[in-house]
Design a binder for this molecule. Structure first.
Ligand SMILES: NC(=O)c1ccc[n+]([C@@H]2O[C@H](COP(=O)([O-])OP(=O)(O)OC[C@H]3O[C@@H](n4cnc5c(N)ncnc54)[C@H](O)[C@@H]3O)[C@@H](O)[C@H]2O)c1
Length: 325
C-alpha cells in the first residue's frame, strides 16, 4: 500500500513511517519542518530509498497535496501546530495550519475517496477534573482571551469537519484523540514535558515544574500509538468515530520529575515556576488528563505495552546519546 503521512518528519509521524516501511509499504511524507526535522527520518532514507518519498512542503500547498493524496491509498494526517508553547508563540499560524490544513486534507481525501485518520488531541476535552475522560464527555473551555484554548478549539473543528464529511459523503475517516505521547525523537523545545525534564536532569540543571506540580497526566509510548493508528485506519467499524488513544498510569508532574531525577541518577533539584511566569497571563492548565480507553480496546484490542518506567528508560537512553552539550 501507499501511505501518505502529513507531518511525517515529526516525532509520531517518523515512527509511523518506520512501521509502515518495515511492513513493506511505500511511504510518502509531506512536512514543512516547522517543528519536525529530517534528522528524524535520516536513518530510513538509505534502507528504504525505493519506498520512502519525502516532500519538504506545506500541507497548505493544495497542488502538492492533490498529487500526494491522489497517489496514495491511505492518509494519516498528523501535520499540525503542536505544543502549548508553540501555539502561544505562533497564535495565528497555528490556527490556520490546524483548520485550513485539515480542510485541504479532508477535501482531497473525499475527492479521491481515500481512507484517512485525523490526529486530534486530549486537549479538546478542556478543563475537566474528573477521570477517566470518555469520548462522549462534554467539552469545557476557558475564554477566547486565553489563547491556549485555540489549539483545543482548532482540533475540535477538525473533528467536526471529519465527522461532517463522514455524515455527508461517507468519507472513510477516523479521529484519534491522542493523550500525551512520548518516545525517542520527541523534542522538549515546544513544551513537551518528559523530554524537557529529562534534558534538565541529564544536565544536572533544576527541573522546572509549572504550578504546584499536582496536575496529573498519563503517558503513552509512541510504539503503542503507532500500533493503534495502523489498526484504526483499516477498520471499517472505526469510520465516522472518535477514539481516545492513551496510557493508563496517572502521575503528577511533581512525581514525574522525582522519578526522572532518580532514573537519570541526577543531582538536579526541582524548581517550581508559576504558570504566569512560564506562559504569561493567557494560560490555564488542565489539572487532570486520564483517558478512558475502553472504546479503542474494544475496536482493536489496544492494550498499551509500555508503562511509565519503560517509557522513561527509552527516552533517557535516547537523550543521553543525542544530547548536545
Ligand atoms: N505528541 C503528543 O503528545 C500529541 C498529543 C496529542 C495530539 N498530538 C497530535 O499528533 C500529531 C503529531 O504530533 P507530534 O507530537 O509528532 O508533533 P511534531 O511537531 O513532531 O509533528 C508535527 C509535524 O507536522 C509538521 N507540520 C506542521 N505544520 C505543517 C504544515 N503546514 N505542513 C506540513 N507539515 C507541517 C511539523 O514540522 C512536524 O514535523 C499532531 O497532529 C498533534 O496535534 C500529539
Amino acid at each position: 500500500m501507499r501511505i501518505l503521512i502529513t507531518g511525517g518528519a515529526g516525532f509520531i509521524g517518523s515512527h509511523l513511517a518506520e512501521a509502515y516501511l518495515e511492513n513493506g509499504d511505500e511511504v510518502y511524507i509531506i512536512d514543512d519542518l516547522s517543528t519536525g526535522s529530517l534528522d528524524n527520518i535520516v536513518h530510513l532514507r538509505e534502507p528504504y530509498r525505493k519506498k520512502l518519498f519525502v516532500h519538504v512542503d506545506t500541507i497548505m500547498s493544495r497542488n502538492m497535496m492533490l498529487e500526494l493524496v491522489g497517489t496514495c491509498d491511505v492518509v494519516h494526517h498528523l501535520a499540525a501546530a503542536v505544543g502549548v508553547e508553540y501555539i502561544l508563540d505562533n497564535p495565528l499560524a497555528s490556527i490556520t495550519t490546524n483548520i485550513q490544513g485539515t480542510e485541504i486534507v479532508l477535501e482531497l481525501c473525499n475527492k479521491f475517496k481515500k481512507r484517512v485518520l485525523i490526529a486530534s488531541t486530549s486537549e479538546v476535552y478542556g478543563k475537566h477534573m474528573h477521570a477517566p475522560l470518555v469520548e462522549t464527555d462534554n467539552i469545557i473551555y476557558g475564554p477566547s482571551s486565553k489563547f491556549r484554548w485555540s489549539y483545543a478549539a482548532s482540533k475540535l473543528m477538525d473533528e467536526f469537519m471529519a465527522l461532517a464529511y463522514f455524515r455527508t459523503t461517507g468519507l472513510q475517516v477516523t479521529v484519534a484523540r491522542l493523550f500525551n505521547t512520548v518516545g525517542p525523537r520527541q523534542t522538549g523545545s515546544y513544551g513537551m514535558v518528559i523530554p524537557r525534564l529529562v534534558k534538565q536532569a541529564l544536565r544536572n540543571e533544576p527541573l522546572t515544574v509549572y504550578g504546584d506540580g499536582n496536575q496529573t497526566r498519563t503517558f503513552t509510548d509512541v510504539s503503542d500509538v503507532v500500533w493503534a493508528f495502523m489498526r484504526m485506519v483499516e477498520n471499517k467499524e472505526a469510520f465516522g468515530q472518535v477514539f481516545n488513544v492513551g496510557g493508563i498510569e496517572e502521575v503528577s508532574i511533581l512525581n514525574l520529575a522525582k522519578r526522572i531525577i532518580e532514573a537519570c541518577g541526577s543531582s538536579s533539584q526541582i524548581q517550581f515556576i508559576p504558570y504566569d511566569k512560564a506562559f504569561g497571563k493567557d494560560f490555564e492548565d488542565m489539572q487532570r488528563r486520564v483517558p478512558g480507553i475502553e472504546k479503542i480496546a474494544n475496536l482493536t484490542g489496544f492494550d498499551p505495552k509500555a508503562d511509565l518506567d519503560v517509557i522513561l528508560t527509552k527516552v533517557i537512553r535516547y537523550m543521553r546519546s543525542h544530547l548536545k552539550e
